[in-house]
Unconditional design. Structure first.
Length: 380
């Protein structure tokens, strides 16, 4: 017997459709209300859960077109976000399908070092007291340790001008310096340091451009307080210059905003490798290709976000100057770190310059002429 000939079944179907239509109407009304309200979610409206419901319902394009501005609070500061992509990013959690990608409209106002200068040497099994030598850029250097150096210690190299002049020791990875400087001179006396534990000299001086292990990625993903944000990610890792002054990026941020964010997986070209890195985080830096298009060392780090592809001043995708890409602190245009490494190098990171043009790269430490960051995230 068909439903048409069964009054009870027909009534049940009619009731079910009425409930569905009512719920769909409520979603559409909410979407329209937000849309009419100048496309802005303000910190005074505790409706991030409603925004998430619209996104999950696949209606974000009706309510939050590209360029929509949203706001949240971090400590006593209002953060302004732009919608840069709708369903552009795939949620890491497979139970969800839709996403709304936001990026800070301007740079975060505090300089956050991408990565710190790294240790020269990792003492896997320790060093006995004595003389040791190592080679940098074709020149031999030596030093004499007056006492045994414990296993797990790091040796940090100091310079006078561009010439190695001293070594300090930390007893643990990323730990505090435990003894005064050991003099370094030209020479090849004593035992050669094991090259398996000798770091790349550019990373010793300028920091690492490996986004996956970077200090800035730890800061972005942390809600910890000052002093607890950073931990060493490899044998050579050293504390960034902000470790004793900066809370994690999520620290002090609106809880209802954080509650609607989800993890997304990003691909990043890996320095010194043809195999790209993947990272899964709630906050991330954009890649060069996500702003400008193209590949980095043959690696596809993601298609350009519509905010950059469609709002461009350029007649077609490219790396030229583009006002839409410029980020500011106050009225000052700032250079901006991307997550993409200059893969032919070990310490330089791709960045966006003050005209919105794709520039070559900048060293990870970059304190004298700093690059800032404009993080992105996804409502899932």
């Amino acid at each position: 017997m068909s439903a048409n000939n069964n009054p009870a079944v027909a009534a049940s179907l009619t009731q079910t459709k009425a409930v569905y239509d009512r719920l769909q109407g409520q979603i559409d009304t909410l979407a329209q209300t937000v849309h009419v309200s100048h496309n802005v979610i303000t910190s005074s409206v505790t409706s991030w859960a409603d925004v998430q419901a619209i996104v999950r319902g696949g209606l974000a394009d009706k309510a939050f077109p590209i360029g929509t501005k949203m706001y949240c609070r971090k400590d006593n500061v209002t953060l302004e976000w732009d919608v840069i992509g709708i369903d552009h990013d795939t949620p890491a959690d497979p139970q969800f399908t839709h996403s709304l990608t936001l990026q800070l409209h301007d740079c975060f106002p505090t300089f956050i070092q991408f990565d710190a200068p790294e240790a020269l040497y990792y003492c896997e099994t320790g060093l006995e007291a004595g003389t040791y030598h190592f080679t940098l850029s074709g020149t031999d250097y030596q030093f004499t340790a007056s006492a045994d150096i414990a296993a797990g210690s790091q040796l940090m190299l100091a310079f006078t001008g561009n010439v190695p002049s001293g070594i300090t020791v930390a007893d643990t990875k990323g730990g505090a310096v435990s003894e005064g400087s050991i003099t370094v001179t030209a020479g090849s006396g004593g035992t050669a340091l094991d090259t398996d534990y000798l770091n790349d000299i550019n990373r010793v001086i300028y920091g690492s451009n490996n986004y996956k292990e970077s200090a800035v990625r730890q800061w972005l993903g942390s809600s910890a307080a000052t002093g607890s944000v950073w931990t060493p990610q490899n044998d050579f890792d050293r504390p960034p210059d902000w470790t004793s002054t900066a809370n994690g990026f999520m620290n002090g941020m609106d809880g209802d905003f954080l509650a609607v964010l989800g993890n997304v997986t990003k691909v990043t070209a890996a320095p010194g490798s043809n195999t790209p890195d993947t990272t899964t985080d709630p906050f991330f830096l954009l890649s060069r290709s996500e702003v400008y298009g193209g590949l980095e060392n043959g690696v596809d780090e993601g298609a350009p976000y519509p905010y950059y592809a469609n709002y461009s001043n350029l007649s077609s995708a490219g790396t030229g100057a583009d006002a839409n890409r410029v980020k500011y602190i106050g009225s000052t245009a700032c250079q901006q770190f991307l997550r993409t490494p200059a893969v032919g190098q070990s310490s330089r990171v791709r960045h966006l310059n003050v005209s919105g043009q794709a520039s070559g790269s900048q060293v990870a430490v970059n304190g004298s002429n700093p690059d800032y960051v404009a993080p992105a995230c996804c409502i899932i």
